[in-house]
Design a protein around this ligand. Structure first.
Ligand code: 48F
Length: 263
């Protein structure tokens, strides 16, 4: 068969814009394709919700690829290994209750599960702002404002585009970019004890793993936090290369948001 470059161009443009146009009104927009965001996307898409993940980088997996200090193995605990088991990632017991998995296998498999379940993945797109509606008690985040990552990296003066969502999930890890933008630009108070982003504390893996799922919740009308962002938002500790809490956090966000979407 002769390859016609024009057909290749039309195929990519047509298919991409079909995918993008179909994502302008979302049930859930997830910012960040780390382990919590991907798990959440997989679980929501598998239930038929319209969900898209926006990831600044070309690659998916966030901080999971590098394991600890680039030694590409991760640790999960008993309570969370079912997520990797269900995804088909081989898991090995190292010591009673401590399981390891290949960080690359975990990253690519969770990404694959999310994609194949029907989540739209927009890599190389950065979320730079949110859409707001209402005043006072009725204020709510109703969407995201996205731009091409190369535009952002080059510092070009190019306007972004907006998409709507019923729920936005901040899964950007340590950075908490969405919450910082939301509070800085709008002067609003979050549902944290201080009303602000509390910031992450130093390492205490045991406590951090427990509080990551606990802190996974709605932090502002329309905005949920998941993964490391949940802990950092509520002043929790960090946990290093233990990833069980990330998986459980993604699962919890998906479970609770699905229940809300179903009404
Ligand atoms: O940091 P990340 O892996 O998030 P996570 O799911 O997992 C945290 C762990 O990797 C690790 C840890 C121990 O378990 O603490 O750090 O909480 O992935 C966050 C992703 O969000 C992307 C970023 O490139 C990364 O891949 N991201 C950050 N800001 C934006 C963004 C943004 N504004 N727009 C799009 N993507």
């Amino acid at each position: 068969m002769m390859i016609d470059e024009n057909i290749v161009t039309k195929a990519i443009a047509t298919r991409f814009f079909h995918k993008f146009l179909d994502s302008v009104e979302l049930d859930v927009a997830i910012v960040g394709a780390g382990p919590s965001g991907l798990t959440c996307a997989w679980r929501l898409a598998a239930q038929g919700f319209k969900v898209a993940v926006f990831e600044r980088k070309l690659s998916l997996g966030g901080g999971m690829w590098g394991g600890g200090m680039t030694w590409n193995e991760i640790v999960v605990q008993e309570e969370s290994r079912h997520v990797l088991d269900e995804a088909g990632v081989p898991v090995f017991e190292f010591a009673p209750g401590y399981f390891t998995a290949d960080a690359v296998a975990a990253s690519v498999t969770l990404a694959s599960k999310a994609c194949l379940a029907g989540a739209r993945i927009f890599n190389c797109m950065s979320v730079e702002d949110v859409c707001m509606r209402g005043e006072g008690e009725d204020v709510r985040v109703t969407g995201i404002v996205v731009n091409s990552s190369p535009v952002e990296m080059a510092g070009l003066h190019v306007d972004p585009l907006a998409l709507s969502c019923t729920y936005l999930i901040e899964a950007t890890g340590h950075a908490m970019e969405v919450l910082h933008t939301l509070t800085r630009k709008n002067g609003v108070r979050l549902k944290t004890p201080t009303g602000e982003v509390m910031g992450e504390r130093s390492m205490w893996a045991d406590t951090a793993e427990r509080t990551t799922p606990e802190n996974t919740r709605e932090v502002f009308p329309g905005v949920w936090v998941a993964g490391m962002a949940a802990n950092a938002c509520f002043g929790g500790y960090r946990m290093g290369p233990v990833f069980g809490g990330m998986l459980l956090s993604g699962e919890k966000a998906a479970r609770e948001i699905a229940a809300k979407l179903r009404g």
